[in-house]
Design a protein around this ligand. Structure first.
Ligand SMILES: Nc1ncnc2c1ncn2[C@@H]1O[C@H](COP(=O)(O)OP(=O)(O)OP(=O)(O)O)[C@@H](O)[C@H]1O
Length: 260
């Protein structure tokens, strides 16, 4: 179960944004969906421990990661939450294997334990990365880089995986195959996921519940209880038909037309 109820304010010199996100779910794949700038990434950052809410709580599997009333704020590295960033954020000077092993090493523990080595090998195999384990990320395709980032996020045995638009940088054909791969990986490693996407096809393929954002709030929850409900979500998420043209729009269209 993931249980989030947070209020966060971010501001720079010119603007301020307030997020008040609240959702609780125990589905395998929860999707955060909504327009750009609605507060989805800030929600993931707060869950990962990269952004401190002003108040509220974040609980994963019954464990409090943040609770302002109880004074709990578990540091990011101890949250056991994997985070797959939009741009993968791989280390360019490390090989594929070193990237995957990165989170398992520390300054005092240079060698991996046998169980950790086994997990890294299993992840490299499972994601088809073994042949390129010694290569640098720059020599890999976008889809391969995405798999390295996924393997790295899974290597530390997270209790929850956060994915911020994991397919955004990929071409449509690759997206379709990586969606299937992600669904398989999720089942194989049995890890719940919270994923941001703008792509209704991602929602249809993967989501068990959708939380719809607008202007810093979750305005709607759509449950996807089974395979037959999947396609129905598409119609729920399609934007409403355009409103009838206003008189001002008609004038503008006429002006633009006559200017040609
Ligand atoms: N440090 C900051 N200072 C000021 N505003 C910020 C800061 N970080 C984020 N914002 C603003 O907060 C709002 C929500 O940002 P967020 O990244 O959560 O949006 P999002 O829903 O993930 O959008 P997208 O789908 O485009 O990634 C945006 O308007 C963003 O510009």
């Amino acid at each position: 179960m993931i249980d989030v109820d947070i209020r966060v304010a971010v501001a720079d010199r010119h603007r301020r944004f307030e997020l008040a996100a609240r959702f609780a779910t125990d589905v395998p794949v929860a999707v955060l969906y909504g327009p750009s700038g609605a507060g989805k990434s800030l929600t993931l950052q707060a869950i990962a421990g990269l952004l401190r809410p002003a108040s509220g709580h974040i609980r994963v599997g019954g464990r409090a990661l943040f609770d302002s009333a109880a004074g709990v704020d578990v540091p990011a590295p101890r949250r056991e939450v994997g985070y797959l960033f939009q741009n993968y954020a791989l280390f360019p000077h490390l090989s594929v294997r070193q990237n995957v092993e990165f989170g398992l090493r520390s300054w005092c523990r240079r060698r991996l334990a046998p169980a950790q080595r086994e997990r890294v090998d299993a992840l490299l195999d499972s994601l088809g990365l073994r042949p390129m384990a010694g290569s640098r990320p720059s020599s890999l395709s976008g889809g391969q880089q995405q798999r390295v980032a996924l393997a790295r996020a899974l290597a530390r045995e997270p209790r929850l995986l956060l994915l911020d638009e994991p397919f955004a940088a990929l071409n449509p054909m690759l997206r379709a195959s990586l969606r299937e791969e992600l669904a398989r990986i999720r089942r194989q490693w049995d890890i719940p996921m919270v994923m941001i996407t703008h792509d209704v096809d991602d929602v249809v393929a993967l989501a068990d519940a959708v939380f719809v954002y607008a202007e810093g709030r979750i305005i709607r929850q759509i449950d996807v209880p089974g395979a037959e409900a999947r396609e129905a979500v598409r119609t729920e998420l399609v934007p409403p038909p355009a409103r009838e043209e206003t008189p001002a729009q008609t004038r503008l269209r006429a002006l633009l037309g006559s200017a040609r």
